[in-house]
Write a protein that binds this ligand. Structure first.
Ligand code: AMP
Ligand code: MG
Length: 488
C-alpha cells in the first residue's frame, strides 16, 4: 500500500450534497515535511501509518497531492461572528479531502486546514502558520484524552513556504479528523438564501449521519434540534468542568455532532476567574468562561431560526413548536453541569445541597486566587492523605476552611472518593505558558521536542508522570496575563 492508495474513501458529502460545496484542489507546497503523525489515529482510521510517513504522504497531508478516491472540496457555510451575521464564510483555507469509515464503522471526515485559497477565502491567503496548527493539534488531542468530544489531529505538515502574518512564519497544514464538519452555520447559509429544499436535504443528511435513530420521526428538523441542543449542553458543561475557554464560539464554530471544533484563541484557566477571557479579538468578553453556557443557547437560537421553515408552514406555529425546545436547553445544561461538577467533587448520588457546594467552592477559589486544575487534585490528595495542602493554593483560606467540612460530611469512603476524583480531574492540562513555550520553539527554532514532550503529557492527563512535575505547575509570575491571538 502506498500513501496514494492508502485511503478507502466513501464520500457521502460530495455524493449527496451537490450544491453545498465547491470542488477544489489544494495549493502546491514546495517542500512538505511531516512534523507529527498521529499513528494511533491513523490506525483507527484504517490507514497505514508507514505509508503516510513518506514523501507522498507528506504531500497528501499538505493538500498538494490528492490520493486515489479523494473528492477534495470546500464546504459552504455562514455564521454569526461575535453576534453579527456573515452570510458567506465557508472553507476559506480548508478542504474536505473525503470520508473514511473507521475501525468501528464510524464515518470520519479527513480535512486539511491551511491548504491554500478557495472561492471562500475573501481577503485571506488560505494558509496557516505552524504555531496555530500545533496549538490545534495539542489542544484537540488533550481534549480527546480528557474525555471531551473533539475533532482530532491526524498530522501536522510544514509546507516549506513562509506565510505572512505580523512577521514571516513557517507555513503548515493540519490534517484534522471530525465526525463531520456540519456546523450551525451550514444551516444558516441555506436558511439565509431561503433554500428550504436544501435545508430539508441537509437536515436529512445530518440526522442520518449523526442521529440515525431519530431519522424517521414526524418532524425531523425538531428531532435534530433537540439532539444538537443536548449534545451541546453536555459539551459546554464539560468545557466548564475543565476551565476551558473556547474563545470564538461563533455559530460557524459550533458543530452539529457536538464535537469541539476550531481551536483558535482558546485557553485553559489557571488562576480561577469566572470572567476569564484570553482572546485578543474578544474585547467585550462575549466568549468569557462564564458566558459560554449562555452563548451556547444563543447559538442554538440561531439554529432554531434557521430550521423554522421546516417546522411548520405558519412561522408562528413553527416558533411555538421550537421555543419550548430551546428553553429546555437551560435544564439540560444545568443537569450536565451538575453531573460534571459533582463528579469532580467525588459526590455520589444527588443531594439538594450539591449545587451550593459547587458554587461556594468556586467562589472561594475565585476569592482566594486558586489554580482551577490543581484545586481539585489537591482536595483529593488531602482526602487520601489526611493533609491540608489545598489551602496553600489560596491567598485567603477562610472561605475554603468554612467550605471543606460541609463537603467532607457529604462524602463516602475517603480513598475511593479520592480515586474517583482523580479519574475525572486532570493533573495535566495544556497550560498556557507551556503551550507558548512549545509553539515558540517550533516556530522560531524548528525545535519540535518541547511540543512532543507536552503532547505526550497532556494526552495522559490523569496519571502522574515521574519527573514531569513542572507540567502540573501554574505559569511563573513573570509570564503575566495571557492573551491569545486568532489562529489565522
Ligand atoms: P475561524 O475564525 O478560523 O473559524 O475562520 C472564520 C472564517 O474565516 C472561515 O470561513 C475561514 O475559512 C476563514 N479564514 C480564516 N483564516 C483564513 C485565511 N488565512 N485565509 C482564508 N480564509 C480564512
Ligand atoms: Mg471556524
Amino acid at each position: 500500500m502506498t500513501a496514494l492508495t492508502a485511503f478507502r474513501f466513501d464520500n457521502s458529502y460530495a455524493r449527496e450534497l451537490d450544491g453545498f460545496y465547491v470542488p477544489w484542489e489544494g495549493a502546491a507546497a514546495p517542500a512538505p515535511r511531516i512534523v507529527r503523525l498521529n499513528t494511533g489515529l491513523a490506525q483507527e482510521l484504517g490507514l497505514d501509518p508507514d505509508a503516510l510517513a513518506t514523501e507522498d504522504g507528506a504531500a497528501i497531508l499538505a493538500g498538494a497531492k490528492a490520493p486515489d478516491g479523494a473528492t477534495p472540496l470546500a464546504q459552504a457555510y455562514a455564521g454569526h461572528q461575535f453576534g453579527g451575521f456573515s452570510p458567506q464564510l465557508g472553507d476559506g483555507r480548508a478542504l474536505l479531502l473525503g470520508e473514511v469509515l473507521d475501525r468501528n464503522g464510524q464515518r470520519r471526515d479527513i480535512h486539511l486546514k491551511g491548504s491554500g485559497r478557495t472561492p471562500f477565502s475573501r481577503g485571506g491567503d488560505g494558509k496557516a502558520a505552524v504555531g496555530p496548527v500545533l496549538r490545534e493539534y495539542l489542544v484537540g488531542e488533550a481534549m480527546h484524552a480528557l474525555g471531551v468530544p473533539s475533532t482530532r489531529a491526524l498530522g501536522a505538515v510544514l509546507t516549506g513556504e513562509m506565510v505572512m502574518r505580523e512577521t514571516m512564519l513557517p507555513g503548515a497544514v493540519l490534517a484534522r479528523v471530525a465526525s463531520s464538519h456540519l456546523r450551525v452555520g451550514t444551516f444558516e447559509y441555506f436558511a439565509a438564501r431561503r433554500e428550504t429544499d436544501k435545508l430539508a436535504q441537509l437536515t436529512g443528511y445530518a440526522l442520518a449521519r449523526h442521529y440515525p435513530d431519530l431519522a424517521h420521526g414526524d418532524t425531523p428538523a425538531l428531532s435534530l434540534f433537540r439532539a444538537v441542543r443536548d449534545r451541546q449542553a453536555r459539551l459546554i458543561a464539560q468545557w466548564m468542568g475543565l476551565g476551558f475557554v473556547h474563545g470564538v464560539m461563533n455559530t460557524d464554530n459550533m458543530t452539529i455532532s457536538g464535537e469541539t471544533i476550531d481551536y483558535g484563541p482558546c485557553a485553559f484557566i489557571d488562576t480561577y476567574r469566572a470572567a476569564s477571557v484570553f482572546s485578543s479579538i474578544d474585547r467585550q468578553g462575549r466568549y468569557a468562561y462564564r458566558n459560554q453556557p449562555g452563548i451556547g443557547q444563543w447559538n442554538l437560537a440561531r439554529l432554531a431560526e434557521a430550521l423554522l421553515p421546516l417546522l411548520a408552514d405558519d412561522p408562528d406555529d413553527a416558533i411555538a413548536l421550537v421555543t419550548p425546545e430551546l428553553e429546555a436547553y437551560g435544564p439540560a445544561y444545568e443537569a450536565a453541569y451538575s453531573e460534571v461538577f459533582t463528579a469532580k467533587l467525588g459526590l455520589q448520588g444527588a443531594s439538594a445541597q450539591d449545587a451550593a457546594l459547587v458554587t461556594d467552592l468556586l467562589a472561594a477559589m475565585e476569592a482566594g486566587g486558586a489554580d482551577f486544575t490543581r484545586t481539585f487534585r489537591f482536595l483529593a490528595a488531602d482526602l487520601r492523605n489526611g493533609t491540608d495542602l489545598t489551602a496553600s493554593l489560596f491567598s485567603d483560606r477562610t472561605a475554603l476552611d468554612a467550605w471543606r467540612p460541609r463537603w467532607m460530611a457529604r462524602l463516602g469512603d475517603a480513598r475511593a472518593t479520592a480515586d474517583a476524583m482523580d479519574r475525572v480531574n486532570p493533573l495535566y492540562i495544556p497550560r498556557n505558558h507551556l503551550v507558548e513555550e512549545a509553539l515558540g520553539a517550533a516556530t522560531n527554532d524548528a525545535d519540535f521536542a518541547p511540543f512532543e514532550d507536552l503532547l505526550s503529557i497532556v494526552t495522559r492527563p490523569f496519571e502522574a508522570q515521574p519527573g514531569k512535575d513542572r507540567f502540573a505547575l501554574p505559569a511563573p509570575e513573570d509570564f503575566g496575563p495571557y492573551t491569545t491571538f486568532c489562529g489565522t
